[in-house]
Design a protein around this ligand. Structure first.
Ligand code: NDP
Length: 335
């Protein structure tokens, strides 16, 4: 193997508040020659995800923090271009966790082959990957939503939110979304066939807007945002309802504690269940998820948007865009 140099993005400082471009730097690294049992991957796609913000903090979390001046990590899809591994021949397309760089070596641990015949390979970072599984697990395993019930989804036009809205629709639920622009609201109503959508940036009072759209109350809240959205959902929640705590993006860049939800005491009187989950605990659900969501995709009942950024150098911009509402649907970087 010829020596290969790989561009990769490292974190040079931990963000204070919203991440800035100068928290990141592109550096060049040399890839060591392949050992027995290893293969070399050239990345084609990488995902940027809100959870990465948590790993940019120094403190303990459910995943260890990113190290300064070490390459960042995250979901990626690439092609095996050299191999000393029988199960990963040259030309295999693989899903790994070595995003934010051009090339990586592996022994195959934690790496999955993906089938380009089933769907464009980048779909395995979105609807057919961690994003879609997150939506599916929240609705099926955490809330067990039933037909005829009302589901409220925040960040509804985002990667997870859009899939959650449509899985809930396919299950016969009445679905209400929230999103941060008129264009996103329109897409949700016209393309994702969500029943009603509020534009939280134009709402003077989120609770009363949600009440107006759901006068009978909501039964399930798929929380991607936290803060004021969680507060409005608790206000609107029917007795014995469930808050699926998937994410709280409105809090990720806060430097002080979030003031909301100020109405948490209502959880008692309404007997609300609030349950968090982490998708990586649900690998065993993948076959059932793929069967159900794969069928929705094949029947054309599941649609999604992608914001594609061109080139590794755009990865930090793509990531920061998550917190500015700049992306439509799944944010991906083509490397
Ligand atoms: P998205 O594609 O939804 O991107 C983020 C979106 O969130 C933005 O486009 C923006 O949309 C909205 N947003 C950003 N800041 C705010 C804010 N302050 N208030 C309200 N909305 C905001 O990301 P994902 O779909 O990948 O992730 C959605 C959520 O799911 C995140 O909270 C993430 O952490 C969580 N997650 C959890 C997992 C788990 O295992 N529990 C796994 C994967 C994701 P808009 O323009 O509408 O404001």
């Amino acid at each position: 193997m010829q020596p290969i140099t790989s561009e990769q993005i490292v974190l040079v400082s931990r963000p204070e508040g919203v991440p800035a471009l100068n928290n990141f730097k592109i550096v060049t690294a040399e890839i060591e020659p392949l050992q027995a049992g290893e293969f070399l991957v050239k990345n084609q796609w990488m995902s940027v995800d809100p959870y990465m913000r948590g790993r940019m903090k120094a403190g303990d979390s459910y995943v260890p923090p990113f190290q300064l001046n070490a390459p960042l990590e995250g979901g990626c899809i690439g092609e095996v271009i050299e191999t000393n591994h029988d199960n990963f021949p040259v030309g295999s397309m693989v899903l790994g966790n070595n995003g934010w760089r051009e090339y990586w070596k592996s022994t195959g641990d934690g790496v999955q082959k993906v089938d380009p015949e089933v769907a464009p390979v980048r779909t395995y970072l979105g609807a057919l990957g961690m994003t879609g599984l997150t939506a599916w697990v929240g609705l099926n395993r955490i809330a067990q939503v039933r037909p005829g019930t009302t589901v409220f989804v925040s960040a509804a036009s985002g990667a997870v939110g859009a899939i959650a809205c449509q899985i809930a629709k396919a299950k016969g639920c009445h679905v209400i979304g929230s999103a941060g622009s008129r264009e996103k609201v329109q897409w949700l109503l016209e393309k994702a066939k969500v029943d009603a959508v509020l534009n939280y940036k134009e709402a003077s009072n989120l609770s009363s807007e949600l009440h107006a759209l759901a006068p009978q109350g909501i039964d399930t809240y798929f929380d991607n945002v936290g803060g004021d959205h969680l507060e409005a959902a608790i206000d609107a929640m029917n007795d014995f309802g469930c808050c699926i705590e998937c994410g709280m993006i409105s809090t990720y860049n806060l430097t002080d504690a979030s003031p909301a939800p100020r109405n948490l005491f209502k959880v008692i009187g309404k007997r609300i269940r609030i349950q968090g989950f982490i998708v990586r605990d649900h690998a065993a659900d993948q076959p059932e998820f793929l069967k159900e969501v794969g069928a929705l995709i094949q029947s054309g009942k599941l649609v999604w948007q992608e914001s594609i950024y061109e080139g590794l150098a755009q990865a930090s911009t793509a990531f920061i865009g998550l917190f500015e509402g700049k992306n439509n649907g799944k944010a991906l970087v083509r490397i």
